[in-house]
Design a protein around this ligand. Structure first.
Ligand code: 3NM
Length: 235
């Protein structure tokens, strides 16, 4: 068995019915915390939902990020909005918070607690893992990842410690190795380039600033959503 065949086996391991649903949820993956918003985060989230986002991640990070009780209170408020609109609610990094608000899932990076440990704590909630190399992707699958975040696709100023920009190259590499795990691209994605990301093989796009900084949040989310589907049709 060649190394490539082994990679295909490892990367093609997921394919349950739940994954089909998850792929649909991942189309327009809106991420934010209070520091990303120019107005009330609850208002931003409601407008983004009206514009057609399909999943939401609470990511309270960066300078001036809320902590403790304030972080918990905002998480509860946003969680409630998502429940009312049947939008899955994912928490970035903070497993305890995810359990406290009964989130639908958790997203972790390579620097965080290991995917296996997180999986053991969250049961069957969704587990997303950021991956940058084929070995990281294989390990994440072994440890129970349900989907991958791949980035930064384009330049971003939202994440200060982002890795070098890769374009859609790694995304295509994963697919060419037979990876069938649901994937979202992230980093600098806007209504103008989201179609290229899904066309290259991503199931959807993760977006922070193009939505949070938009003059019209609803309209921007709607444009991104249309670009995502256009890219899928162009494959
Ligand atoms: N993760 P924006 S890039 C949170 O490359 C995050 O893993 C990245 O924000 C990665 O949509 C990024 O404003 C920031 O560019 C995405």
């Amino acid at each position: 068995v060649s190394e490539d065949d082994k990679t295909v086996d490892a990367l093609a391991g997921k394919g349950t019915e739940m994954m089909v649903d998850l792929r649909e949820y991942l189309k327009v993956y809106f991420i934010m915390g209070s520091v990303n918003c120019k107005k009330n985060p609850a208002e931003v989230l409601r407008e983004a939902i009206d514009g057609g986002i399909t999943i939401f991640q609470y990511r309270e990070k960066g300078e001036g990020a809320l902590e403790g009780k304030q972080k918990l209170e905002l998480a509860k408020e946003l969680r409630k909005i998502c429940l009312e609109s049947q939008i899955p609610f994912i928490v970035n990094d903070d497993i305890e918070l995810a359990l406290d608000v009964d989130a639908d899932g958790v997203h972790i990076g390579q620097e965080d607690e290991s995917a296996a440990e997180v999986r053991s704590k969250i049961g069957n909630k969704f587990l997303g893992v950021s991956v940058h190399t084929l070995p990281e992707a294989e390990e994440a699958i072994q440890n129970g990842a349900d989907y991958f975040g791949v980035g930064p696709i384009y330049p971003t100023s939202t994440k200060v410690d982002a890795k070098p920009v890769r374009g859609v190259a790694f995304l295509q590499e994963l697919r060419s190795h037979g990876c069938q795990v649901p994937i979202v691209g992230i980093g600098g994605i806007t209504a103008k380039n989201a179609d290229a990301v899904t066309c290259a093989g991503a199931d959807g796009v993760s977006v922070i600033s193009a939505i949070t900084h938009a003059g019209d949040v609803r309209a921007e989310a709607d444009k991104i959503s249309k670009a995502v589907y256009r890219g899928i049709e162009e494959r």
